[in-house]
Design a protein around this ligand. Structure first.
Ligand code: FO1
Length: 329
């Protein structure tokens, strides 16, 4: 197998906002259509009778250039007439739905009720928005994150948005994961000899990546795939870049440092990328190659540079594997 990612296919594993930044960088540096994203669906929920898919939508909006740059979720240049009228009607306003975003939820809900699969609906919508990257739910079966707190179990968005991550969590569960079928296109891609790299993006390992790995057929295909799997640390300088990653890890007794995700993903990884700020202080106490890069992604150039660095890292590991493989012949 040639080792250059320029010709091959690449698979990214991602949740919402943090992972979507690297996904955008990958989409920019790869040929159109070379990138597929295995997306988290365990944040999905039904709200106001609508099928809401936060991570899928954040990925599609980000790739389409429609994401709101400040919030990271929902559409840019949004209006909020629906929410303001809903408030006068006594409706639930804790989960904010912009007018443009609402059209996506309404149309998706209609098509799902008509019997279409979630992946077919998302695939049609991303093409209508001019996105060449395939964004696939890890499964078309329902997988839902719940968190255990001192007030009992909470559905994910209740915890994450309504309660703003305030309750202390003691456990995380992914309802439905044990019986969910991995999306066949993802399993096929993981067996595809033209797959050159798999990138676990810097999303929250516990709530964005674990729900993907909890779908056993997906995790098994990932563990067996020949392409190098590169993880990127979501923790920079001992602090989570965005969202409650550090707070959740602290509450679950998980040591918070740049190597946390490398330990968490374990032998699924062939290589791991940490931020330059951590290179000096971090004991790279894992038995895999670790590379230090600038992992804070503010601009598109930051995202593209990190994407190139990750893919070149994968290339080097591939040729190392090939040499080792040849040597064993
Ligand atoms: N996150 C919030 O913190 N507050 C919101 O009101 C909110 C609304 C929202 C609407 C659509 C959507 O796709 C995402 C939305 N999010 C909101 C973000 C979402 O809850 C999180 O980004 C993910 O679930 C975590 O990855």
């Amino acid at each position: 197998m040639t080792t250059s990612w320029q010709e091959g296919k690449v698979l990214a594993l991602s949740g919402g906002i943090g992972g979507a930044k690297l996904v955008l960088g990958l989409a920019h540096v790869l040929p159109a259509g070379a990138l597929t994203v295995a997306a988290n669906v365990a944040d999905d929920f039904e709200h106001l009778g609508l099928a809401i898919c936060p991570d899928l939508d954040t990925l599609v909006y980000t790739l389409a250039g429609l994401a709101d740059p400040e919030r990271g979720w929902g559409r840019r240049d949004e209006t909020w007439t629906f929410m303001s009228v809903l408030a006068t009607l006594g409706g639930a306003t804790w989960f904010r739905l912009g007018d443009g975003d609402l059209a996506l939820h309404a149309e998706r809900t209609r098509r799902l009720a008509a019997g279409e699969s979630l992946s077919d609906v998302i695939d049609d919508i991303r093409q209508r928005l001019g996105v060449a990257t395939r964004v696939l739910p890890v499964s078309d079966d329902p997988v839902r994150t719940r968190v255990r707190t001192h007030d009992g179990w909470l559905a994910f968005q209740e915890y994450f948005v309504r309660r703003r991550c305030e309750p202390t969590i003691t456990r995380i569960a992914f309802d439905g994961a044990a019986s969910a079928c991995a999306h066949p296109a993802l399993v096929e891609l993981l067996h595809d000899p033209t797959l050159r790299a798999v990138v676990i993006c810097p999303s929250n390992p516990l709530i964005s990546i674990d729900p993907l790995l909890a779908v056993e057929p997906f995790r098994r295909a990932l563990a067996l795939c020949r392409a190098p799997v590169i993880g990127v640390s979501p923790i920079i300088g001992g602090r989570a870049v965005k969202g409650p990653t550090a707070k959740m890890m602290g509450e679950l007794g998980i040591a918070i440092d740049a190597m946390t995700a490398a330990r968490h993903y374990g032998d699924l990884l062939d290589g791991y990328v940490i931020d330059e700020a951590d290179a000096a202080t971090c004991a790279t106490d894992v038995d895999m190659p670790v590379r230090a890069e600038a992992t804070l992604m503010r601009t598109v150039d930051d995202k593209m540079r990190l994407a190139r660095a990750v893919l070149e890292f994968a290339d080097e590991l591939s040729s190392m594997h090939e040499r080792a493989f040849e040597a064993r012949r």
